[in-house]
Design a protein around this ligand. Structure first.
Ligand code: CA2
Length: 144
């Protein structure tokens, strides 16, 4: 079966435990369960992981080449700062969709910039957990 890597960046392990007014009460375990169930529905295995380290995200993107058909990534705050993550997506050429729980364009100015968006196929933001599922659908459509 085809395979999607769903990759999560810093602080997303705290989802549902802090700032529910911004990120809601959904936990990362809820996101994982929804992605795995959606993967079954659309015919993809889902590998799901989270790291608080920039280099961990870079290494996971490198390792995805030849292992997964594509990546759905919420790089958290590294979205707005990390040239290394952008370069990892450019250099591996693994089709990647950027997702965010919140609408980053409706928030502080520093969240409006995404280095990752330069390398990603596209970006989905503002739909909570559903952003991940829409990201998976977008990846599937891109790969078809
Ligand atoms: O909206 C998103 O998905 C973000 O990627 C979430 C990041 C933020 O830095 C981005 O600008 C947008 C934050 C990750 C989660 O941070 C938490 C903080 C407190 C409680 C729970 C999660």
């Amino acid at each position: 079966m085809s395979s999607i890597l769903v990759l999560n960046g810093p602080n997303l392990n705290l989802l549902g435990q802090r700032q529910p007014e911004v990120y809601g009460t959904t936990t990362l375990a809820d996101v994982q369960a929804a992605c795995e169930a959606h993967g079954k529905n659309i015919g993809y295995d889902v590998a799901f992981s989270q790291t608080n380290f920039e280099g961990g995200l870079v290494e996971a993107i490198h390792a995805a080449r030849g292992t997964h058909d594509g990546i759905v990534i919420n790089a958290g705050a590294y979205t707005h700062t990390s040239i290394a993550i952008m370069d990892a997506v450019f250099s591996t050429q693994v089709p990647t969709v950027e997702v965010h729980l919140s609408n980053i364009h409706a928030r502080e100015d520093f969240r409006h910039t995404s280095y990752l968006a330069r390398a990603a196929i596209g970006q989905i933001a503002g739909f909570g957990l559903t952003s991940y599922l829409l990201g998976m659908d977008a990846l599937k459509a891109h790969l078809a």
